[in-house]
Structures are given as structure tokens and as C-alpha cells.
Write a protein that binds this ligand. Structure first.
Ligand code: BG6
Length: 510
């Protein structure tokens, strides 16, 4: 069933078991189980379902359930809750809770997989699940390969004869082109590509999914969506949070690896891809891969890095990166990156895509800003108007989700004067807001076998190939002048210089 067919007919997913490795981890608690609960509220959870949590901690099914229930309850009650109603829907939770089983085991121990096989067989017969199983790797990435290997050796991911078997793999998908290729090769030893669902949670965001609708479901913008009418594109993923308690992860990762070949590139792909011939997963994903195949590899000349010093965010003083928990006092890890991408194809040749992302910036905002080429000044020459304001289209991904078009308007009065005004569409005003943590669609799609929103192996590798020269260059040189931007600012001056070279400026992060 294609994405369009099944979304029109949204109905409970087919019977299956779901096995979460990392049952006691943060991801399970904060995102996966709340998303299952939301699916249950919308009657989209499989009606016959088993949810098996695997982890090494000493827990019973009852204590596992209780821990997840308590966390969900706290989130529901919290004032900034995404959930409606401020109370857990007992029926919806009951459907999730009744499906739950906890299995204790060491991810590296073959005995765990034998035990898991028995549990799956029993639940399958009891609940009539047809042999379908979704495995979820909600574990540290060092476990991706061993768990896949053990599943393979135990025969648990062989679909033949049984129902379907699928595996969800979380970020990070490799740390470099080489390690991403090795991970793909390893997984493909045990599973077929169409069984592997590589999650990038940015594709779970409604506003990101909407880019396809915006571009391809109306005839207005697509004809101008090219180098004839677009001057350049700016993609900003600014965060006001710092690295929080993730210092040791971040020290080994940095902003470039953490955000660019994955999240920012998803936004690039959605913005730059050619129209696919259908919503078929491979048709869509092939167009995305082509974007990165056409993108020139980025070297140090086309990028800048930064690290935050101290400063103020929303009036509160915050520490410099080098004083964060588990961060080296002389750390050279970048917390900010900006780059210029050149997509060498007929649509985009000569239209730079400028990307920037950073921690501890002035404000949390994720946007794709498209700057159109200016109209000729001719008509207005001699009227006192000496320059046209640019026309911008801004896809506001988060927060304040919406789409804004900035155009010139005549300021009322006898004098000819132009002012940039905004036409605004806000999701919150138009659509009834559904409580969501952002994993609902992704999980539902896995249950349904729709891989459109998941990354294929070749996309992951093509994306790493674009940034690998930059990673190499930065690994072999010590950045100078770190920290080079204040917390609460728009990033380092060098980022402004990157655009100034092309006679352009960043939009303000405000
Ligand atoms: C994660 C990164 O993948 O994405 C984090 O590891 C980052 O460092 C997060 O904060 C951003 O996601 P979102 O959905 O909050 O924009």
C-alpha cells in the first residue's frame, strides 16, 4: 500500500510484535512509548500487539510498565505538555500496557536471543501476530552491529515463511563515510535493505513532511523553484540549549557530525529534490540521493566552525562550552558550523545553499529561507525608492510552525515608499493540534512497511561523502580563537564573513 492510499484510510496497523532494545533508556521513555500511547489514542496501534522491552537492568514487566507510566503521567501533567487533556487516557494506555513484557538480558549474549525467540513464539501464538516483528535499536550505537548480528544468527530477522521482520536503527548512522559504509555493509549481511528503517527524527516533523505538499501539491511555487528565480537558500537550525549533560557524547561528535549530514541534509533534500514520479518509497528516496550526488564535497574553504563562550540566554547567564559537564577545559570541539553548499545540477547551479547550526544561539529556531531574485527597480527609479526589499519565503519548521511570504507593499500615504510585509500561515491557527512527540508517523510507517521517511543506505553514504573532506580538514587542524561566539548570539563573526564573500548576509536569529 502506498503512503497516499494508507493515509487516506488511516486504520490500525496490522498485528505484530515490537521489540525495543534499550527498554530502560531515555529514548524509549521520552519518545517511543509516548508515541505508541498517542497512536493508541488515535486507534492506529495494531489491535493485536506485543511490546517486548529488552535491557540488562533488573526489572519485572510490572516495574517496567510502572516506570513508563509514571514518566508519561509527569509529561502529561507538565505545563508545557504536548498532550491534551492533562490526564492519561486510561483505555489508550491500557492497550499499550497490556501488550508489554520485559525481558532481561545482555545485548551481547547469544542466550538472550534464544530466550527472545521463545518469548516471541509464545506471544505470536497467543496473540495471533502472524510472525510479524519490528525490532527497535534504541541503544548506544556501539550495539548496532552486535545486536543485528545476534538477531541474524538466531534467525530472528529471517522473514521467509514467517511474517515480516524489520529493524529500526537510530542515529548516529556512522561517524564518517567509512564507518557509515561499514555499518551498512554489516547490517546488510543479516538483513535486506528493505527490512532496515534508518530513522532521522527530523523527518518525523510535520513541517518537514509538509515541504513535499508545499512544493508539489500546488502549481504556484514549483515553476519558480529554480536558479532562474531563486537567489539563494538559507537553512538555519539554531538551538538555545547547550550540550546539557551530554558532554562526553558531544566531545566525540561536534556540531558537524551531530547535525549536518543528517538533520540539516534532510531539509536540504526536501527543498532541493526533483519531483518524484510517485510517493513510492524508492521513487522519493532516489530523488533525495540525487541531490547529494550532485552536491560538491565541502572543504574548509566553504565552511566555518565555532564554539560558544559564556553569555546570556533569555536574561540568564550561561557557562561557556569549556565549562560544561564532561567537557575538556581546552576542548576544540565545535558547537557551531556554517557552510556553503553548491548543488551542481540544472535546477540549482549557481544558487548557493547556506547552512548553519549551533548550540547556545540567541533563540531556538529552525527555518528554511528562500530568497528570490529582486524585481527590476526600473518602475520605481526616481520615486525615492533606491532599492527593492528582497522577497523571501520562509518555511518555519519549529517553533511557531508556519510559512511566511515576505513581499513589498506600498506604504499608505501620498509618497511612494515600499515596505516589506508578511503573509503568514500558522499551523496552530489552521489545524487542530494533535498531541505528538514526533515519532508517531515514523512508527506507524514502520508498522505499515512504508519506508518513504527513512534513509536508504545510499543516501546516508552520499551525505557523508559531501562532508567527509571537511571532517578530514578540521581533524587535522586546530581551530583558532575558540571560544569565538558568545552564548545568546547569532554565532561567530566568521560565519558572517562566509556570506559577505558572496555579498550576502544571514537572516537575523530573533
Ligand atoms: C539530535 C542531536 O539528533 O537532535 C541534538 O543529537 C539536537 O544535539 C537535536 O539537540 C535537535 O532536535 P530537535 O528535534 O530538538 O530540533
Amino acid at each position: 500500500m502506498s503512503a497516499t492510499d494508507r493515509r487516506e484510510a488511516a486504520q490500525p496497523a496490522p498485528p505484530c510484535a515490537m521489540v525495543i532494545f534499550g527498554a530502560n533508556g531515555d529514548l524509549t521513555k521520552r519518545l517511543v512509548v509516548p508515541a505508541l500511547y498517542n497512536l493508541s489514542r488515535s486507534n492506529l496501534l495494531p489491535e493485536r500487539f506485543a511490546l517486548i522491552g529488552v535491557d540488562h537492568g533488573d526489572r519485572s514487566t510490572e516495574t517496567w510498565k510502572a516506570a513508563l507510566h509514571d514518566f508519561l503521567e509527569q509529561s502529561v501533567k507538565s505545563p508545557d505538555s504536548e498532550f491534551e487533556g492533562k490526564a492519561i487516557d486510561a483505555d489508550a494506555w491500557g492497550r499499550v500496557a497490556n501488550a508489554m513484557r520485559y525481558v532481561k538480558g545482555d545485548f551481547l549474549d547469544p542466550k538472550l536471543y534464544a530466550a527472545l525467540g521463545d518469548v516471541l513464539q509464545k506471544l505470536d501464538a497467543q496473540e495471533k501476530l502472524g510472525g510479524a516483528v519490528l525490532f527497535y535499536l534504541a541503544v548506544a550505537d556501539r550495539f548496532f552491529e552486535p545486536v543485528a548480528e545476534q538477531l541474524g544468527k538466531a534467525g530472528l530477522v529471517r522473514a521467509e515463511g514467517a511474517g515480516w521482520r524489520r529493524l529500526i536503527v537510530e542515529k548516529p548512522f556512522g561517524h564518517s563515510l567509512q564507518s557509515a559504509k561499514a555499518l551498512n555493509a554489516h547490517l546488510l549481511q543479516w538483513l535486506h535493505e528493505d527490512q532496515i528503517y534508518r530513522i532521522d527524527h527530523f523527518l518525523g516533523k510535520e513541517t518537514v513532511q509538509n515541504i513535499m505538499a508545499f512544493r508539489f501539491a500546488s502549481g504556484l511555487f514549483e515553476p519558480v523553484w529554480n536558479r532562474d528565480r531563486i537567489d539563494h537558500v538559507q537553512i538555519t537550525v539554531a538551538e538555545s540549549i547547550g550540550v546539557e549533560k551530554r558532554g562526553s557524547f558531544y566531545e566525540a561528535t561536534g556540531a558537524l557530525r551531530d547535525m549536518v549530514p543528517n538533520h540539516l541534509f534532510q531539509l536540504v533534500a526536501m527543498t532541493a529534490m526533483e519531483p518524484p514520479v510517485s510517493f513510492d518509497a524508492d521513487a522519493v528516496r532516489s530523488q533525495k540521493v540525487d541531490v547529494f550526488k550532485a552536491t560538491r564535497a565541502v572543504g574548509a574553504h566553504d565552511a566555518v566552525r565555532g564554539q560558544y563562550g559564556g553569555g546570556h540566554i533569555a536574561g540568564t547567564a550561561v557557562n561557556p562550552y569549556r565549562e560544561e559537564f564532561r567537557v575538556a577545559p581546552d576542548s576544540d570541539t565545535e558547537t557551531f558550523v556554517a557552510m556553503r553548499l553548491n548543488i551542481d545540477n540544472w535546477r540549482w547551479a549557481g544558487v548557493p545553499f547556506y547552512l548553519r547550526t549551533g548550540k547556545r544561539m540567541a533563540k531556538r529556531t529552525t527555518e528554511i529561507a528562500i530568497r528570490f531574485k529582486p524585481a527590476p527597480i526600473a518602475l520605481f527609479r526616481g520615486t525615492g525608492v533606491d532599492q527593492m526589499n528582497a522577497d523571501w519565503l520562509i518555511l518555519q519548521i519549529q517553533p511557531d510552525e508556519g510559512i511566511r511570504l515576505r513581499l513589498n507593499a506600498k506604504r499608505p500615504g501620498p509618497v511612494v515608499a515600499l515596505e516589506s510585509v508578511a503573509m503568514d500561515f500558522k499551523y496552530a491557527d489552521w489545524f487542530h493540534r494533535q498531541p505528538a512527540v514526533g515519532y508517531e508517523t515514523l512508527l506507524y510507517d514502520c508498522f505499515m512497511g512504508d519506508a518513504t521517511l527513512f534513509q536508504r543506505a545510499d543516501q546516508v553514504e552520499a551525505a557523508w561523502a559531501v562532508v567527509q573532506p571537511l571532517l578530514d580538514a578540521w581533524n587535522s587542524t586546530v581551530p583558532s580563537g575558540f571560544p569565538n561566539y558568545n552564548a545568546g548570539s547569532d554565532g561567530p563573526r566568521s560565519a558572517d564573513e562566509l556570506l559577505a564573500r558572496d555579498g550576502r548576509t544571514w537572516r537575523q536569529i530573533r
